[in-house]
Design a protein around this ligand. Structure first.
Ligand code: SAH
Ligand code: MG
Length: 213
């Protein structure tokens, strides 16, 4: 079914295919967003005419390229944060091949450090923020996301469900997700929901929030 959705509705893009092939050759785990999910986030970005997007968790740049496709007609910017220099090098290659070297800026380091540096630099607010790195830090990333947000900013938290386990599993990554839900629940600045998905990444899910002021 997911293949049917993708072949019917997600136009083939050689640069995205090349990105996945390069990731595989480089030995990266295939934990990128699924093609139809990448397209969904691209559509979210277009729906709000996002010009500035922040991503936490680059991997090979597959989702960053989707976001770059959404913002590039508006001369927008995608800043994406990656812990590993080796992984960031693969993303740099993929992003350049896709023609988005000047749209996508990859910052290497632990995201809590790069986010702190960006805050100290007085970084401009973002229209869309995508949290997709180490799940244990989701609540911390969310706190930054709220500080980097303005009215109307969309915050997406990826993989809030993994194999449908979020409600039962007590291990640390899921705790990060629970903390993030708790924060979202109590945060007056956002309205939020979460959706479970089924597809090539198995039983998954994401939360989406809109900053109200
Ligand atoms: N958004 C990507 C997938 C990201 S996978 C896509 O859909 O294509 C998660 C990435 O987060 C991995 O590459 C991992 O190295 C990175 N990561 C893990 N911990 C991190 C941290 N503390 N800071 C920044 N990146 C981190
Ligand atoms: Mg993800």
């Amino acid at each position: 079914m997911n293949d049917l959705i993708t072949t019917s509705l997600v136009q083939p893009d050689p640069t995205l295919d090349a990105c996945l092939a390069t990731n595989e050759a480089a030995g990266l785990r295939s934990i990128d967003v699924a093609p139809n999910e990448g397209k969904l986030y691209y559509l979210f970005a277009k729906m709000i005419a996002a010009k500035r997007i922040l991503e936490v968790g680059t991997l090979g740049g597959y989702s960053a390229i989707w976001f770059a496709k959404a913002v590039s007609p508006l001369h927008g910017k995608v800043i994406t944060l990656e812990l590993s220099p080796d992984i960031a090098a693969v993303a740099t290659e993929n992003v350049a091949r896709a023609g988005f070297a000047s749209t996508v800026e990859i910052r290497v380091g632990a995201a809590l450090d790069t986010l702190a540096a960006m805050e100290a630099e007085g970084v401009e607010k973002f229209d869309l923020i995508f949290l997709d790195a180490d799940k244990a830090n989701n609540a911390n990333y969310l706190a930054y996301a709220l500080r980097f947000a303005k009215k109307g900013t969309v915050i997406i938290v990826d993989n809030v469900v993994r194999q449908g386990r979020v409600l039962t599993d007590q291990d640390a990554p899921e705790q990060g997700i629970r903390d993030a839900f708790e924060l979202l629940k109590n945060e007056k600045r956002v309205e939020c929901t979460a959706v479970q998905t089924v597809g090539p990444k198995d039983w998954d899910g994401f939360a989406v929030a809109r900053v109200v002021d």
